[in-house]
Ligand binder design. Structure first.
Ligand code: FES
Length: 147
């Protein structure tokens, strides 16, 4: 996919910058500075403003990171239900700490606030897809889905 073309393809779409950023984020896992510069040019705003849009929304990242972003809910209900054990299993399985990406660029680990699935805690999401009532023993098979 030509990510700079994705930006220009959204030039005349209402809210196009967000849609374009979504498409690039889904493909690359982050918004490189070339994409932000192209968005500024296409949508006729300053680079600082385009960067501001990319930075404002939590679903976008302006930093290179793992292709598959695994988020662990750290809000109280998930915490009480054993999120720490799930975190330990993820860190062990991937060989990285929270906030890091694997050397092969396949996975990143991040914390998140409540994702609205408190009925079945603890919760993790992989690229936004929720996994409910997660047990540490399930982590290898969840990771294998994306390897
Ligand atoms: S507290 Fe974790 S999903 Fe709501």
């Amino acid at each position: 996919m030509d990510y700079l073309k994705v930006i220009s393809d959204h030039a005349d779409v209402p809210g196009g910058i967000l849609q374009a950023f979504h498409a690039v984020q889904a493909g690359l896992g982050y918004l490189p500075k070339e994409v932000i510069a192209e968005a500024a040019r296409v949508f006729k705003i300053s680079t600082a403003d385009a960067h501001g849009v990319a930075s404002f929304y939590s679903m976008f990242s302006v930093n290179s990171r793992g292709k598959n972003v695994i988020r662990i809910c750290e809000s109280a209900p998930c915490h009480v239900a054993g999120a720490a054990e799930v975190v330990a299993a993820l860190e062990r399985e991937l060989g990285i700490k929270m906030g890091e990406s694997t050397a092969n660029g396949l996975f990143a680990l991040e914390f998140t606030e409540c994702v609205g699935q408190c009925q079945a805690t603890p919760v993790i999401t992989v690229n936004g897809k929720p996994y409910l009532d997660v047990k540490p023993a399930q982590i290898p098979s969840i990771i294998a889905e994306y390897s």
